[in-house]
Design a protein around this ligand. Structure first.
Ligand SMILES: Nc1ncnc2c1ncn2[C@@H]1O[C@H](COP(=O)(O)OP(=O)(O)OP(=O)(O)O)[C@@H](O)[C@H]1O
Ligand SMILES: [Mg+2]
Length: 243
């Protein structure tokens, strides 16, 4: 259930702006790693390159040793990668159950016709993520921010990932909601899920990760044990805007 991720020399240019510059790192199967850095450092752009939403200008991305960087996004999802979005992106006209169903989409139209919606699996995923059956027919607009972030996670979980990329999972949440999401991540971690987690809330991030990768201006400036990375002068300076 765990995937290994290797990023090699990733460069992303948006016109004249270099959003990531020669980024390389490896995440071992089952490892949980924090991706940190100030606003605009390039964290989300790393996620969108891994998913193929903004293909890289240069470099390679490998899952379990196999290159995925030339694949379309659905094929990458099939390879076991999934992400959540910094700003939750549910299909707003669809109910919670239908949003989860999109992630459960079978491999072929034929499967869908012959098997139909898998209600049992929808309920199972929703409940694993802490969304009650009474929430299933609600529209995303009726959910609290905490439940919206849970729905983001449920949608990704529906694709049976082995690597989850979480972008600002704690943003906009109350202390109690942070604790709930944190427990969820922890239990998936115990089950062997590989995680790369972006969070500005370093206090919430710390117990969930063993390693950290710090980036600034699109470049990796430190990586290693979480405490060592956080203690490094260059990382502190990047957060203060003096590096
Ligand atoms: N689609 C895009 N087109 C042009 N520039 C972009 C695009 N996406 C990101 N950028 C730019 O790339 C740089 C990195 O942005 P990115 O969103 O990856 O940063 P981030 O580390 O996720 O920041 P934050 O913590 O604020 O979410 C920024 O300068 C940003 O303006
Ligand atoms: Mg971002």
């Amino acid at each position: 259930m765990s995937a290994k991720l290797e990023i090699r020399n990733l460069v992303k240019k948006f016109g004249g702006l270099t959003a990531t510059n020669d980024v390389s790192f490896t995440i071992e199967p089952g490892q949980s790693v924090g991706l940190i850095g100030p606003n605009g450092a390039g964290k989300t752009t790393i996620f969108s390159q891994i998913m193929g939403e903004h293909p890289q200008t240069k470099g390679e991305i490998l899952i379990d040793g196999k290159e995925i960087s030339h694949l379309a996004t659905p094929q990458r999802i099939h390879a076991g990668v999934s992400r959540t979005y910094q700003v939750p992106r549910p299909f707003s006209e669809m109910s919670v159950a239908e949003n989860i169903r999109v992630g459960l989409m079978p491999d072929s139209i034929w499967d869908m016709i012959t098997r139909g919606p898998n209600r049992e699996r929808e309920v199972e995923i929703a409940s694993a993520i802490g969304l009650g059956e009474d929430q299933l027919e609600r529209l995303p607009s009726e959910l609290s921010m905490g439940d919206l972030r849970k729905l983001e996670m449920a949608r990704t979980l529906a694709t049976s990932p082995r690597l989850m990329l979480l972008d600002e999972v704690f943003a906009g949440l109350t202390v109690n909601e942070i604790a709930v999401i944190s427990d969820l991540v922890q239990s998936m971690r115990d089950d062997g899920m590989t995680f790369l987690i972006v969070s500005h809330d370093l206090k919430a991030l710390e117990p969930l990760v063993d390693h950290a990768i710090a980036i600034n201006h699109g470049e990796v400036i430190a990586q290693g044990q979480y405490q060592d990375v956080m203690g490094s002068d260059i990382v502190r300076a990047s957060y203060l805007g003096t590096a």
